[in-house]
Design a binder for this molecule. Structure first.
Ligand code: HEC
Length: 228
């Protein structure tokens, strides 16, 4: 039993350590990533500002409703205000512009994109900051831009973020990297709005099993002592 306990402890520690090891591969640490991660609500709120001012011109967010913004810390009145400004109600989905065809590609709905792409928010961050001049020898298709993170190296989406593309209410500097990180965290939340609740349950389960292990060890000792 002591071995089982040690094994459980080692596996738990390895699991958490491994999640940290993955995080170090990217220049950024997203608070939502990892087995016990929670959404960074301040970052996600700023990310909503970025989405609204920059991305909504081309991308819809059809599975997210204005009332859902309350989970990010907006008051019901603020969420209703957002809905009203967009001509909807609290129960309306967050609608961007109607999909347009750009260079043969249609901007996808962003509701689940963080779940659909390997790497989630890290990929979105790398994509949004991955634009640049095409290296020698790369020929771009008409209406396409070089992007180091996009599979194939070129995308029909233009480079839309730059320093100061939005104004943040909380005084954080809106650098291009900051905007990209914030909108990535916002899209991680949009794709998995129940992440916090799920990870809380996971945390409680770890406590529960640790407790159960202690009881099992204690009772094993007691049983074997009386029978010896
Ligand atoms: C001018 C229109 C336009 C704007 C503004 C825009 N996008 Fe896009 N986006 C596109 C198009 C078009 C595609 C499809 C690209 C392709 O398939 O080549 C796309 C694709 C994407 C993808 C999917 C990439 C993939 O792996 O398939 C993500 C993620 C994305 N955009 C995020 C954003 C975010 C976040 C913003 C705001 C910061 C934004 N976009 C602003 C046009 C736009």
């Amino acid at each position: 039993m002591r071995r089982v306990f040690a094994l459980t402890a080692i596996l738990t520690i390895l699991g958490i350590a491994n999640a940290h090891a993955e995080d170090t591969l990217s220049p950024l640490h997203f608070q939502s990533q990892g087995p016990l991660g929670t959404i960074d609500k301040a970052a996600a709120q700023r990310g909503y500002e970025v989405y609204k001012s920059v991305c909504a011109g081309c991308h819809s967010l059809g599975k997210v409703h204005y009332r859902d913004l309350e989970a990010l810390g907006l008051t019901p009145a603020q969420a209703a205000g957002e809905a009203l400004a967009a001509g909807g109600t609290l129960n309306s989905p967050i609608k961007g512009a109607a999909p347009l065809n750009m260079g043969g590609a249609i901007p996808p709905d962003l509701s689940s994109i963080a779940a659909q792409r390997p790497g989630g928010p890290n990929y979105i961050y790398n994509y949004l900051t991955g634009f640049g001049p095409a290296p020698a020898g790369v020929t771009l298709l008409p209406g396409h831009n070089y992007n180091a993170a996009f599979p194939g190296g070129q995308t029909a989406m233009p480079d839309v973020l730059h320093d100061g593309a939005v104004t943040y209410q909380d005084g954080v500097q809106p650098t291009k990297a900051q905007e990209a990180a914030d909108v990535a965290e916002f899209l991680a939340w949009a794709a998995d709005p129940n992440l916090d609740a799920r990870h809380q349950i996971g945390f409680r389960a770890i406590i529960f099993f640790a407790f159960l292990t202690i009881i099992a060890v204690a009772s094993k000792r007691k049983v074997w002592r009386t029978q010896a």
